[in-house]
Design a protein around this ligand. Sequence first.
Ligand SMILES: *[C@@H]1O[C@H](CO)[C@@H](O)[C@H](O)[C@H]1NC(C)=O
Ligand SMILES: *[C@@H]1O[C@H](CO)[C@@H](O)[C@H](O)[C@H]1NC(C)=O
Ligand SMILES: *[C@@H]1O[C@H](CO)[C@@H](O)[C@H](O)[C@H]1NC(C)=O
Ligand SMILES: *[C@@H]1O[C@H](CO)[C@@H](O)[C@H](O)[C@H]1NC(C)=O
Ligand SMILES: *[C@@H]1O[C@H](CO)[C@@H](O)[C@H](O)[C@H]1NC(C)=O
Ligand SMILES: *[C@@H]1O[C@H](CO)[C@@H](O)[C@H](O)[C@H]1NC(C)=O
Ligand SMILES: *[C@@H]1O[C@H](CO)[C@@H](O)[C@H](O)[C@H]1NC(C)=O
Ligand SMILES: *[C@@H]1O[C@H](CO)[C@@H](O)[C@H](O)[C@H]1NC(C)=O
Length: 542
Amino acid sequence: MHSFIVYTVAASLANLVQFAAADHRLVYDAEGYNGGAFGRRPNQTYLSTKIASPLFQINSWNRTTTDDSKYLFLGLWNPLGGSAGPMIFSTEDFSLVYADWSWPSTHNTRVQKFKGVDYLTFYEGAQKDGHSSGNCLMLDSSYNVAYNITTRNVSSTVDMHECEVTEDGTVLISVYESIWTNLTGVGGPQRGELLDSIVQEIDIETNELLFMWKASEHTNVTDTYSHYHRSEGGWDFFHLNSVQKTKEGNYLISARHFHTLTYVNGSTGETIWTLGGKQNDFTDISNGSATDFGWQHHARFRDDDLTQLTFFDNHALKTEIGCKKDCSRGRHVELNYDDMTVRLVQDYFHPTSLTSTARGGYTVVPNGNVLISWGVNPAFTEYTPDGECVQDVQFDLWDPKAEGRGHYRAFKMDWVGKPSWDPSIASVIEPYGGSKVAVSWNGATEIASWELYTGDTQTTVTELSHTIKKTGFETIMVIGPGPKYARATALDKDGHVLGKTPVIDLWSGETTPVIEIPASVAVSDFLSGFYLYFLRIISFYR
Ligand SMILES: *[C@@H]1O[C@H](CO)[C@@H](O)[C@H](O)[C@H]1NC(C)=O
Ligand SMILES: *[C@@H]1O[C@H](CO)[C@@H](O)[C@H](O)[C@H]1NC(C)=O
Ligand SMILES: *[C@@H]1O[C@H](CO)[C@@H](O)[C@H](O)[C@H]1NC(C)=O
Ligand SMILES: *[C@@H]1O[C@H](CO)[C@@H](O)[C@H](O)[C@H]1NC(C)=O
Ligand SMILES: *[C@@H]1O[C@H](CO)[C@@H](O)[C@H](O)[C@H]1NC(C)=O
Ligand SMILES: *[C@@H]1O[C@H](CO)[C@@H](O)[C@H](O)[C@H]1NC(C)=O
Ligand SMILES: *[C@@H]1O[C@H](CO)[C@@H](O)[C@H](O)[C@H]1NC(C)=O
Ligand SMILES: *[C@@H]1O[C@H](CO)[C@@H](O)[C@H](O)[C@H]1NC(C)=O
């Protein structure tokens, strides 16, 4: 009787207490944010998971003109330090959708199709001096590793720059390998250590090596803009940072240290043409501004005729130019093969003229807008094709020393994530005796609402306490004093159960995975309690 009264009071209290999504609101305070008002690495932590996520600063956002893909994909360092991971955020409010901080560094997180199926793909591995060694992973919609792309016929592993699934069911990867060679031509020793840049095309199903191209075999070291210097692991003369395969079976290769975009013959590895650098084959009909790029990244043809070419230009490092403003930019140029001319179509400058000396990305989002990633600067900016800025977002403080806290390439696209793990639940006892219950489900994209159930025994957590629309990453619900146990159920938009959290003991905060009891057994508390006891005896003797 007594407990019944307490429970009734508790239930009505619960209905009175306001519940709210737990996520931090977006920040619209550039000065405060960059002045450290939100910490040195603005972050938010959650009750129901150990994952942290960056706190976003919105510098500008025209919601009517931004792309309406559901998710933003980034590969970031953990804002709390020590690790990195692929990250997915909602484009609605930049709330966290997925993060996995298990890796030393990650890049190029996005969705790619293989045989009509979407995979979450990213590079993971150890990073060192602008290149790295690791693997290219393809995760299925449950976040299980479906394919793990590794290198073949070389002594090193996959580099961070590329992990591009082709229409031929293959993956293009970049590889950096140390070799010993005669470097007298560039003022080096007769036996000097060179860091070679390699492209490999790997069959996804068989991991077979189908194509390999080595910069050391097809280019001339004297064409570099990097001055020879002795370096552990070899002098990085070429610095390949993107490769794309065309329908013709040839490859577009971007070499940061050559300032070149080279179109390479897929059967011979020979150069078909070169744009930029010392061996430029094109006449610049934009008064030099279509070929003056350098230290660039992420080159892609945008049409089947191979005339529209885009990339991120880090030409701030071209000291001979003495660039003062807009020294980093997204670039779109148009090639004409009839008269071998090139024309500048559009530049995408940062609203406050950020300078990014390393990394950077240029992606075209589904509505045709352009999304520029500012490399070592922790920011991305979306533009209409004609260059109007419609969104400028930071995920960390401006860093004049560019300590590499930025990212590499951002993407906006759709994704369906149905994690193989359960949703999480945590609780905190409130001063008045009730509990704040937090629920979240890392990686789950299909949750529309949460139902919270309470109960007095672990096996009778069946009293519906809240039904709440899911907003943001973590949802907080407040329960009045009384019930000892709680559990939440995640529902999709049609009300179907997607998953259930473990049962939480609201008084101790401990969670217990629940042994599902068949309906026929759960006829009464007594019987189900007996059933559990029975199960325990069985597992004890197993
Ligand atoms: C995380 O954010 C908090 C403020 O919410 C801040 O005090 C802390 O310094 C930040 N963490 C790091 C590693 O900067
Ligand atoms: C947003 O973009 C639309 C379309 O270009 C424009 O009409 C509108 O004025 C913009 N809004 C703001 C606040 O800039
Ligand atoms: C991928 O394969 C490499 C090489 O065999 C291995 O070291 C690595 O652990 C694998 N990664 C995963 C996530 O399976
Ligand atoms: C890789 O090595 C194997 C075995 O040495 C060789 O048969 C094959 O031709 C090589 N593949 C490439 C693309 O170099
Ligand atoms: C290295 O190249 C230089 C210049 O081409 C040449 O004179 C020298 O003999 C070469 N050394 C070796 C060991 O091949
Ligand atoms: C490399 O370039 C240098 C200088 O332009 C030239 O002397 C040399 O012949 C070239 N070597 C090859 C293999 O093309
Ligand atoms: C690539 O090389 C093959 C073999 O030499 C040749 O037949 C083909 O025309 C070349 N492709 C281009 C685009 O130059
Ligand atoms: C072309 O570029 C040069 C040097 O960059 C500049 O002085 C000149 O004004 C430009 N001409 C035109 C037509 O833009």
